[in-house]
Design a protein around this ligand. Sequence first.
Ligand code: PMP
Ligand code: GLU
Length: 396
Amino acid sequence: MKFSPAVSQLAPSATIAAAAKAKELKQSGITVYDFTLGEPDFNTPDHICEAATKAMYAGKTHYTPAGGLPELLQAVCDAAKRDYNLAIEPKNVVISNGAKHSIHNVLTAMCHPGSEVLIPTPYWVSYSALVELAGGIPILVETDESAGFLPTVEQIEAKVTGRTQLIMLNSPSNPTGVVFPKELMQAIGELAVKHDFYVMSDEIYDKLIYPGWEATCMMTLSDEIAQRTIIVNGVSKAYAMTGWRIGWTIGDPALIKAINKLQSQQTSNPCSVSQYAAIAALTGPQECVTEMLAAFTKRRDYVLGRLRKIPGLSFADPGGAFYAFFNVSEYFDKPLQNGVTVSNVSDFCTELLGNAHVALVTGDAFGAPGYARLSFATDMNTLEAGLDRLEKFLAG
Ligand code: PMP
Ligand code: GLU
């Protein structure tokens, strides 16, 4: 079969592929220490599940408006007011099937053939793939650990051309966990105003912020910046709701209308029952978020403490999200467990899985060769045992 050029060039999601590989090994009866997927191990809180069950039995099982239920649009507006004092209206919001779908829709609505989309590295795997799928060209803005994985405004400006349509920001970041300082976000916003491009701010980890760090909502920075900002967020990470598939986009009503149109042809609407669950998540008690964050904080401190003790590994401290992203290149071309040697991080991850049964995601997928990502959204016992095994693998 001859596939379309868009699909022929598309690589599968590396995070999902790594998780599938780990699962395959588990199914053969082997205990695998799986740190691949960025998904909370907690069950969705009871009050959210109860709202979904109630909706289901009340017959809320039909099509909804393409862009989401009015009550959910309002709940997103109320949460934006509560969390950031943002004054937005339902006409600024569209609900999609997860934040990944929201990003896809923003790019599909905004990219012209050859539109350039700036992406600071390291970036979440799907960003460049989704830009290409929408007919755009990803333009990478390289950052490194010595700069705390933060781009400078000068670096970004150097990549701006007349074809720049958008910059994709993600703070806290997947995969680094780095939190962009408010001043940097402000300066990037001002650059967007100056050069007439838009900012897509993926704020999916904004509730998962560790003590001493602060998330910034791009839309709060100035009226001019807000007009150029598109926020993507959702319930997956903060409320342990990855499988429910609810995300949203906040932006100019014209963009929201365009995405509604797209969605009406594409998917009809996001799952009705999941939308009722999302209303309960946003409007119900928020203690569940605080409780999960407390568990993530403990895990983060434990993982970072262990990684710091392993010679040759380096990383920038994650201020948010639930990933440790560390450089393993010191271990290239040296004997590891069972005499194995590797010279790149993808082989490192393959050998680590094969020999020590520890599953990480290769940094190559995030535009950061030499690095590996460990998701600590899993229980302490698995973290302890998995890190013991990583240490042993490295010790040779
Ligand atoms: N953005 C980032 C940075 C992510 O890590 C993820 C991972 N799931 C998403 C968006 C998509 O989230 P969702 O599950 O809502 O599609
Ligand atoms: N975003 C998560 C991750 O990076 C989930 C998998 C995915 O959607 O790619 O692991």
